[in-house]
Design a protein around this ligand. Structure first.
Ligand code: ADP
Length: 283
């Protein structure tokens, strides 16, 4: 019997291995300190950039099927410290895909009617419709991250939110949405360099807020809050991934592979065609 492995099967096995290595396993301890933000995942820059295009081509095929089938949806949640590259990830991974099938939602400090509802209200309204890929640039996790760290509500309020969030994500899963969550793990040093670059470059200065420095001073408290959120809400159905984010090209390929992995598992299918179409001559 032949033991030859096809390139496609080999690529899929490599992706599975990577995805597994970045995954936060439900019920297992997590040490964020052991996840190297500068890791390369064994890749070389130029090859990784080329591979990203291959991965995106496959995502494109699956996204078309998901869109045509209109039965399921996928929600990709991106969370990170400032300047970790949420925007860059979205730009790099989604460029070239069909924009009609993608919705990006950014969550800022809540205001107006958002303040008059529970914290999941605005988030639920933004979840992807069937057939769509939804990307959350920040998310309901801010309500157990910044809200916790800056003590916007007492512990008695934020501490019960982990269970709400798990139940909410389980509801989405049960109703046909695949939930995938990536924490872009940037180092404190790399963040400093990127914030400095924003200050120094007039083209990037608009991205810098004085408040970024306040958040930076709270780094250890944010790390603690991230740790707890990841450990307490990573489930088999809605897993968290810790993505090395000091190198943009690693971050982009890793997130793309995680997305592809979950899209493959969804097995989207083109809807059945009407009888008699095959071979029809259109006049
Ligand atoms: P980004 O930093 O994502 O590029 P902004 O500069 O507009 O975008 O920052 C959005 C800010 O909104 C962040 O500081 C984030 O912590 C804050 N934010 C988001 N959701 C909430 C929330 N539920 N409660 C308080 N602050 C929030």
């Amino acid at each position: 019997m032949s033991t030859q492995v096809t390139p496609h099967a080999a690529a899929r096995a490599a992706t599975n291995k990577l995805v597994e290595s970045l995954r936060v396993h439900a019920g297992k301890p997590l040490s964020l300190g052991q996840h190297d933000p500068d890791a390369t995942c064994g890749w070389q820059k130029e090859e990784a950039k080329a591979e990203l295009e291959t991965v995106k081509a496959r995502i494109d095929v699956l996204q078309r099927r998901l869109f045509a089938e209109e039965k399921h949806s996928l929600l990709l949640v991106l969370q990170a410290m400032d300047a970790a590259g949420k925007d860059g990830t979205i730009r790099n991974i989604l460029a070239g895909l069909n924009p009609a099938g993608i919705e990006v939602s950014s969550f800022r400090v809540p205001g107006g009617p958002e303040m008059q509802h529970d914290y999941l209200w605005r988030v639920h309204a933004a979840t992807p419709a069937k057939g769509m890929i939804g990307i959350f640039n920040r998310s309901h996790y801010e309500d157990v991250l910044v809200v916790r760290v800056k003590q916007f509500v007492p512990k008695s309020v934020w501490s019960r939110r982990y269970e709400h969030i798990k139940a909410f994500e389980q509801l989405l899963t049960d109703e046909g949405t695949t939930v995938v969550k990536c924490y872009l793990n940037v180092s404190e040093d790399e963040q400093r360099e990127r914030l400095q670059e924003r200050v120094d470059d007039p083209e990037k200065r608009w991205k810098f807020r004085m408040g970024d420095l306040d958040d930076r001073k709270l780094w250890p408290k944010f790390q603690e809050a991230y740790h707890d959120a990841l450990v307490r809400t990573s489930t088999d159905d809605a897993p968290w991934y810790v993505v090395p984010a000091d190198r943009n090209w690693v971050r982009n390929l890793a997130v793309a592979k995680i997305l592809l992995h979950h899209l493959e598992a969804m097995k989207p299918k083109l809807p059945p065609e009407e009888e008699g179409i095959a071979g029809l001559v259109v006049t």
